[in-house]
Write a protein of this length. Sequence first.
Length: 67
Amino acid sequence: MILRYSPDELELEVVDDGAGTGNGGGSGHGLAGIRERVAVYGGELASGKRPEGGYSLRARLPLGPTP
């Protein structure tokens, strides 16, 4: 996990190598739920398969008043 911040925004990046078990349980709302939560704060979410294998998720959230 990588956490970056500046006076204007916070960025969180999570990557994996694709070697997981796939036993997450499936009881949540997945990417749609994460995207909705990030959007509430005026942020952006990027996610997808990595060319070298695995998956990447990056959330960028503005710091300051909610739009």
